[in-house]
Design a protein around this ligand. Structure first.
Ligand SMILES: [Zn+2]
Length: 144
């Protein structure tokens, strides 16, 4: 076993983490281990649970549950204040950190149902739009 290569392979992430095919709702692309069925996001080349390299790319569902969040009151790094970020628990069992948008009317609270949005996340230093994935409170959440 070549330890350097093993670690490099472990950290080598696949480039496409979300897709927005025309006519289709955008979704995150993760990996699922064919051996132990564990999900990963972003996609990886080796299962973190059983170390198998038998992984497949799979589309994730568009919804999740807000685990925790923070509203930032100072603009920084292309984000205009106030803006929110939070940890979203996906139905696949993956917890990810993402910007939160369209939260002012619905408010935020742990346990709130969230849905995926793909679009402009911020502007880079040159004023160019940077696209990516975000979450917003689900419109039909009974808690609204
Ligand atoms: Zn596995």
């Amino acid at each position: 076993m070549n330890t350097v290569n093993e670690i490099t392979e472990l950290l080598d992430q696949k480039p496409a983490v979300w897709t927005a095919d025309p006519g289709k709702a955008p979704c995150l692309i993760g990996t699922r281990c064919k051996r132990c069925r564990h999900f990963h996001f972003p996609p990886i080349n080796r299962c973190t649970q059983c170390l198998s390299i038998e992984l497949e790319n799979v589309p994730f569902g568009r919804s999740g549950t807000l685990y925790s969040y923070s509203v930032i009151q100072i603009s920084s790094l292309g984000f205009k204040a106030p803006y929110a970020v939070g940890y979203i628990d996906l139905d696949e069992g993956v917890r990810l950190l993402a910007p939160i948008v369209e939260w002012q009317d619905a408010g935020l609270s742990s346990g709130k149902k969230m849905e995926l949005v793909v679009g402009k996340v911020k502007q880079d230093a040159d004023g160019n739009d940077v696209e990516g994935y975000m979450y917003r409170p689900q419109k039909n959440d009974g808690k609204n």
